[in-house]
Design a protein around this ligand. Sequence first.
Ligand code: MTE
Ligand code: MO
Length: 496
Amino acid sequence: MRRESHHVIRAARAGLLSVAAALAVAELVARFTGGQSSPVVTIGSTAIDLAPAPVKEFAVRTFGTADKAVLVGGILLALMAISAGLGVLAAHRRGLAMAGVAGLGVLGTLAAATRPAMVATDLLPALAAVLTGTFTLTTLTRPPAEEPAARRRILRAGLGVVALASLGGLATRLLPAEPPRARFTLPRPASPARPLPPGTDLRIPGLTPFTTPKAAFYRVDTALSVPRLDAATWTLRVVGASTIELTLADVLARGLIERDITLTCVSNEVGGPYAGHARWLGLPLATLLREAGIPPGADQLLSRSADGWTAGTPLAAILDGRDAMLAVGMNGEPLPAERGHPARLVVPGLYGYVSATKWVVELHPTRYDRRQAYWTERGWATDAPIKTASRIDVPVPLATLRPGPVTVAGVAWAQHRGVAAVEVRVGENPWQPVRLAATPSADTWVQWSWTWQAVPGTHTLQVRATDTTGRTQPPTRVPPFPDGATGRHSIVVTVA
Ligand SMILES: Nc1nc2c(c(=O)[nH]1)N[C@H]1C(S)=C(S)[C@@H](COP(=O)(O)O)O[C@H]1N2
Ligand SMILES: [Mo]
C-alpha cells in the first residue's frame, strides 16, 4: 500500500520534472529566437484571441491590469496538473504518456504557428520542448528492471534535468530581456503644445491629476509579452496609392506637432479607471497619408502592429483637421515599451481600439467592406467616438464625513467635442452646477469641483456631464459592448 503511493508520487514527480525541463528549455530557445515565442506566452496569446469578447471583458473587469498574470498563472497550474498526470500514466501506459507529451507539444506548436506575426523560428521553442519532455519522461520512468545500474542512471538523469532546468531559468534571467535599442532624442516640435493654462490642475487630494503619472496610466492591449522593437531598425510602411517606407529618422525629420490628448478605452465602465492624459509628440497622420496618396473610395485607415493586432479608424476623422498623429513622444520622452515604442497612433475623440495602435508598423488606407480589424471582427462597433463621461473621485465611495463643507471633485471627458458643464446631485435634490477647471483644448478631460454643505445622514451623490453639442449623459446604464458604456456615476457616503 505505502509502496504503491510512493510509486505514484515518484511518477507524478517525474511528469512534473519532465514538463518543467521542457518549459525551461523552450523559454531558453525562445530567448534566442526573439522572445515572442515562449510556449506559455503563445498559448496565452492564443487563449486571449480565442476567448469570446465577454470573457475578455470579464477578465479585464475582474483582474484589471493583473489579467495577464492571472492568465499565465492559470496556464502554469493547468500544465502542472497535466504533467503530474502524464507521469503517473507513464508508469503503466508509457506509449500513451509519450503521446500526451507530444500532444502538448503539438498544441504549443499550433499556437505558435497561428500567431498573426508568426515567423518560422517561432516553432523552435515548442519543438525543443517536445524533445526535452519525451526524453526526460522516458529516462525518468524507465522500468527498474536492471537495478541497481538503472537506479543510478535514473538518479543521474534526474539530477541532470534539475541542473538543466535551473540553468535554463537562470540563463533566461541573465540574458538581456530586450534587444539593445538605439536611444534617440526627440526633436523640438515644429508646432509646440501651448503651456497648460493656469488652474488646469486643481491639486485637490484624491482627485485624478490632470497629467497622468507614467506608472498610473492605464494599459490595455492583447500583448502578453510586450513587443520590444528596435528604434534603429523599425520602419513604417504606408500602403497608399503608392507604398512608402519610413525609418524613425525619416519621421523625426518631418515637422512634428505636440498636443495634449486624453486617451480612453471602450471597456471603461461607468466610473471606471481606463482613461489617461499625456502630452504627445508626433507626425500628423493626414500629412503622411496624403504623401502616400489615398486611394479613391477608401473610408478606413487599417493600422497594424508588429504583433499582428489591427485597428480600423474612420479616414474621415483622420482627415477632418483634428490632431490625429503617429506619436513618437509622450510627456517629453520617447514612448516606453508598453506604450508602443518607437511609434503608435493617437487620434483625439476615438476609443483606443479603433485608433491607438501601439508598435505600429503598417498603415493601409482601405475600405470597411474589404478589411476588418481585431476588435471589429469580434463584434465591436466600427465607429467608436468616445462617449461623454464623468466620475466622482472624492470623496471615496462609502466614506464617512463630518457635517459642513465637503469638497466633491472628479473628472469629466467628451474628447474632441469638449465638456460644457458638469452637475452634481445629492439624493433627489436638484442638480447643482459645479466649477470646471481650465483645459488646454476640447481633446482633454477636465477636472471639476463643488463644495457640498453636508448634513447628517446617508446620501447618494450623482454626477452628469453635458458636452458642447448640448447633449447630457443619459441615465440609462449600458455595458461597454459594443461601443462604450453609458450611465451616471454615483457614490454613497455617510455624514455623521
Ligand atoms: N498593438 C496594440 N495596440 C493597441 C491595443 C492592442 O491590443 N494592441 N489596444 C488598444 C486599446 S483597446 C487601447 S484602449 C489603447 C490603450 O493604450 P495604452 O495601453 O497606452 O493606455 O491601446 C490600443 N492600442
Ligand atoms: Mo481599449
